[in-house]
Design a protein around this ligand. Structure first.
Ligand SMILES: Cc1cc2nc3c(=O)[nH]c(=O)nc-3n(C[C@H](O)[C@H](O)[C@H](O)COP(=O)(O)OP(=O)(O)OC[C@H]3O[C@@H](n4cnc5c(N)ncnc54)[C@H](O)[C@@H]3O)c2cc1C
Length: 495
C-alpha cells in the first residue's frame, strides 16, 4: 500500500493532524496499536488558541458544545484568595478555558474525522521503518498476527511519550523525572457549589488544584510527598486518601464520592532537540512532555500539528519546496522549551516547602496578581495567545505595522482559505485593490484570490494558512509580497 502521510498514533495529536490533512486533501493513513480510545479524563483543558486553530476545520464548535467554559483561575494561599486571573478579557472568539475530559476530546475528534471519510486503523502497531531518502517503508503489525509493509512519503510520530518513532530515529529525550509524588482524582464532590473557576490552593503542606468538569464532578491534583528513589512507586490512591487531602486543604471542607479515576503520577519534563529526522517527524508527547500543572501538554501537541499540516500539504500538493518542512522544528521546538520553563516554574513555586519561601511566594504573588498588566500577561500566556514564531525562517525581513511577522493575526480562523484540491492558501490583508496580475500568475495557487480588509489602513499583510503573520509591509508594496513567495517556493524560507 502507498500513501502520502502515515500518522502513527490516534491520540488527540494524531487525530488533529489527520483532520487537518484530510481538510487539505492529503492522502493519508492513521494507525493506533490500542484497541480503543482512552477512557481517562487526562488532559482536561482546551485553551483559546487551540480552539482558534481547530476552528478552521470547524471542529471547535463540537468541542465547545460538549465542554464546560471556565472564565477564571483563583489562586489562594492558606485557604485565603490572593489573586484571580480572568479569561473573559482575552481578545479571542474563545475567551475561556474549555474543560473537557480527554476521552471526550478524542471521541469528538475521531467522529469528526470519520465524517471527513477517514477511519483510524486500530490494533495496528508500527514496528519499524526504513527511510530511503525518497520514501519511507513502514512495517506494521496487525492484531491477527499478520504484518504489512506500507510505503509513505512522510511519517509522523504522534505516538506519545514512549514513542516508537522517536526510538527508531535514535533521538534523545532530554530532561528529568521529578521525585515528587502527585495524586490525581477525577471524583464527585458533595455540598460544594459549582463554580466556573479553576482553584489553585497553596498550603503549608502542599498544593491542591481543583478543576470543575461537569455538575459535581471535579479533577483534583495534589502533591503528596517525595520519593527517595525513582524506582519507589506510590500505590494507586484510594478515595480515603483523596478525602484526607481535601480535609486538610479544601476551604470549608468537601466530601469526595463516586471516583471516576484515581491515579498517581510523577512529573516528567523532557524534550527532543529536533522534531525531524529525514522523512519522519515527531509531534505532541512524542517530542515533549511537561508538568501537567499548566495544562499545556495536549494543547502544545495539537498546535504542533496545526503548524506541520499546512506545510506537509503544500509539499504533497507540489506547491512548495520540501525545504519548507525544515521550518517545523525551529518554529515548534522553542514553544515547547518555553512551556517546559513556565510549567516547571509554576510547579516549583506551588510545591515550595520552607515557611520563609512560602511567605515570600504568597506575598509576591499577591502583589503581582494585583497588577492589571501582569494579570493580562498571565491570562494571554495561559490561553496560549502570546505564542509567536518571532525568529522563524518563514518571517519576511523587516516589520512595518503590527501584527509583525511571526505574530498571531487577529482573524477568525474559520476564514482560513483553501484552494483547489484543498491545498492551503495564504491570505492577503490590505487596501481594496486587486492583487497584481503577475503575482497571481506566478503564485496564484498559493494565494487567496481577493484582498481582505487591512488591520490598519496603511499596511499590507500576508497571513499564513495557520493564522500567523508572514509579512507586514507598506500598503502597495507588492514587490515584498512577490519576493516572499519566490523564496518560500524555491527555498522553503523567507530569507
Ligand atoms: C494525569 C494527566 C493529566 C494531564 N492534564 C493535561 C491538561 O490538563 N492539559 C493538557 O494539555 N495536557 C494534559 N496532559 C497531557 C496529555 O494527556 C498529553 O499531552 C496528550 O495525551 C498527548 O497526546 P498525544 O496524542 O501526543 O499522545 P497520546 O495521547 O499518548 O497518544 C499516543 C497514541 O499513540 C499510540 N501508539 C503508541 N505507540 C504506537 C505504535 N508503535 N504504533 C501505533 N500506535 C502507537 C498509543 O496507543 C496512543 O493512542 C495530562 C496528562 C496526564 C497523564
Amino acid at each position: 500500500m502507498k500513501t502520502s502521510a502515515l500518522i502513527v498514533g490516534a491520540g488527540p495529536v494524531g487525530l488533529t493532524l489527520a483532520i487537518e490533512l484530510a481538510r487539505f486533501g492529503v492522502p493519508m493513513r492513521i494507525i493506533d496499536k490500542a484497541p480503543q480510545r482512552t477512557d481517562k479524563s487526562k488532559a482536561l483543558v482546551l485553551w483559546s488558541r487551540s480552539l482558534e486553530l481547530l476552528e478552521r476545520s470547524r471542529v471547535s464548535q463540537h468541542l465547545v458544545d460538549a465542554g464546560y467554559k471556565v472564565e477564571g483561575v483563583t489562586i489562594s494561599a492558606d485557604k485565603r484568595p490572593i489573586g484571580r486571573l480572568t479569561m473573559d478579557g482575552l481578545l479571542s472568539a474563545y475567551p475561556f478555558a474549555l474543560m473537557l475530559p480527554q476521552s471526550d476530546t478524542e471521541r469528538i475528534l475521531e467522529e469528526f474525522l470519520n465524517d471527513l471519510g477517514v477511519q483510524v486503523d486500530r490494533q495496528v502497531e508500527l514496528l519499524n521503518f526504513n527511510d530511503t531518502g525518497e520514501k519511507v517503508d513502514a512495517r506494521l503489525h496487525h492484531a491477527d498476527g499478520t504484518e504489512e509493509m506500507v510505503e509513505t512519503s512522510w511519517l509522523i510520530g504522534c505516538d506519545g511519550a514512549h514513542s516508537t518513532v522517536r526510538h527508531l530515529l535514535g533521538k534523545e529525550f532530554h530532561g528529568e523525572t521529578s521525585l515528587i509524588d502527585w495524586l490525581l482524582a477525577d471524583i464527585h464532590l458533595v455540598d460544594v457549589p459549582r463554580t466556573p473557576e479553576i482553584n489553585i490552593g497553596w498550603h503549608s503542606d502542599g498544593v491542591l488544584a481543583t478543576f470543575p468538569i461537569s455538575k459535581n464532578r471535579y479533577r483534583i491534583v495534589a502533591d503528596v510527598g517525595s520519593a527517595h528513589s525513582s524506582s519507589a512507586r506510590l500505590p494507586e490512591p484510594t478515595l480515603a486518601d483523596v478525602q484526607t487531602v481535601l480535609d486538610k486543604r479544601f476551604p470549608g471542607g468537601a466530601r469526595a464520592t463516586d471516583a471516576v479515576w484515581l491515579s498517581s503520577f510523577r512529573i516528567n519534563e523532557r524534550k527532543v532537540a529536533d522534531y525531524r529526522g529525514g522523512r519522519a517527524f515527531l509531534a505532541g508527547d512524542a517530542a515533549h512532555v511537561h508538568s501537567p500543572m499548566g495544562g499545556q501538554g495536549m494543547n502544545t501537541g495539537m498546535q504542533d500539528v496545526c503548524n506541520l499540516a499546512w506545510k506537509l500539504a503544500l509539499v504533497v500538493h507540489g506547491r512548495a519546496s520540501a525545504e519548507l518542512l525544515n521550518t517545523y522544528s525551529p518554529e515548534r521546538s522553542p514553544v515547547a522549551e518555553a512551556v517546559l520553563k513556565v510549567t516547571g516554574r509554576i510547579t516549583s513555586v506551588a510545591t515550595v516547602k520552607n515557611k520563609l519561601g512560602q511567605a515570600l511566594r504568597n506575598h509576591t504573588a499577591s502583589l503581582i496578581l494585583g497588577m492589571s498588566p501582569a494579570r493580562k500577561f498571565a491570562s494571554n500566556l495561559a490561553g496560549e495567545l502570546s505564542i509567536a514564531y518571532s525568529h522563524s525562517p518563514l518571517n519576511a525581513r523587516g516589520k512595518y505595522l503590527a501584527p509583525h511577522p511571526g505574530e498571531r493575526a487577529p482573524i477568525r480562523q474559520q476564514e482560513s482559505p483553501v484552494g483547489a484540491g484543498g491545498a492551503p492558501q495564504f491570505a492577503i490583508f490590505g487596501k481594496a485593490e486587486d492583487i497584481p496580475t503577475d503575482l497571481l500568475l506566478r503564485f496564484g495557487s498559493l494565494l487567496e484570490p481577493s484582498v481582505r480588509e487591512p488591520f490598519t489602513p496603511e499596511g499590507l499583510w500576508v497571513v499564513r494558512p495557520d493564522g500567523y503573520t508572514a509579512l507586514s509591509a507598506k500598503s502597495g508594496d507588492w514587490h515584498a509580497v512577490s519576493t516572499y513567495f519566490e523564496n518560500i517556493i524555491t527555498k522553503g524560507s523567507a530569507l
